[in-house]
Design a protein. Structure first.
Length: 226
């Protein structure tokens, strides 16, 4: 099957299963989304959503956050992990937004990537979810699924982003990014994944997955026999 046909079929399955895809990180504006996405690095969205209400009580604008200390920020966000680096990033980007952008988050991906603690994926999420600009943020989950579905070579996230942008229509990028995340959490997890039962992998999955799964099952049966 051609990659374009595979991508179209996968889009149809995702649309059927997840016609509505709310942004998983709770936020009120581009700034609170930016901070929430920064906090989500190596942390679950659920945990971030538990932490951010207390952070917004401390400060909910760049001006307010820049008037707080890194130590105050760090104490609140500690449950998200990597707290020292994330606190410095939040404090630093808040200062820049206050001093350079009049307290507003710029709707420019290059400007976003220049902010402390903000990488390409974080900037892409803000561009797509806060400003509606077509982007295809690729995290480790999307990277994994793109490989499983033969949509990318899976060598690195930069290549995966290029591959997905090439095979999916630009008008669908923002929604697809979220649909793939929701699908991965529900049907296609990193561990304990049964490709035979997955609505996409069972039809369009990479053969290596089935070989690995069959081998693991055989090993489990052998251990039971012993």
């Amino acid at each position: 099957m051609r990659k374009a046909d595979r991508a179209k079929a996968i889009m149809d399955i995702l649309e059927k299963l997840f016609p509505e895809v709310p942004v998983p990180l709770k936020h009120e504006d581009p700034y609170t989304l930016l901070v929430a996405v920064l906090l989500s690095a190596q942390c679950t969205d659920e945990r971030v959503n538990q932490v951010t209400p207390n952070l917004w009580k401390l400060a909910r604008t760049p001006e307010e956050m820049a008037n707080r200390s890194i130590e105050e920020i760090q104490a609140i966000i500690r449950p998200c992990g990597l707290a020292p680096a994330k606190a410095k990033g939040i404090y630093g980007l808040s200062q820049i937004l206050r001093d350079k952008y009049n307290g507003q988050v710029p709707d420019d991906i290059d400007a976003l990537e220049e902010l402390p603690g903000v990488g390409h994926k974080t900037a892409s999420v803000v561009m797509s979810q806060a400003f509606g600009v077509p982007a295809f943020p690729v995290d480790t989950h999307i990277h994994r699924l793109a490989w499983r579905w033969l949509l990318s070579t899976g060598k690195h996230v930069v290549q995966t982003e290029r591959d997905l942008k090439a095979v999916f229509p630009e008008t669908a990028w923002n929604k697809l990014h979220l649909q793939i995340i929701y699908f991965g959490r529900t049907y296609c997890p990193a561990r304990g994944h049964n490709p035979y039962q997955c609505p996409i992998c069972s039809i369009y999955g990479r053969k290596e997955m089935f070989h690995d799964f069959d081998r693991e099952q055989a090993q489990k049966q052998a251990r039971k026999g012993n």
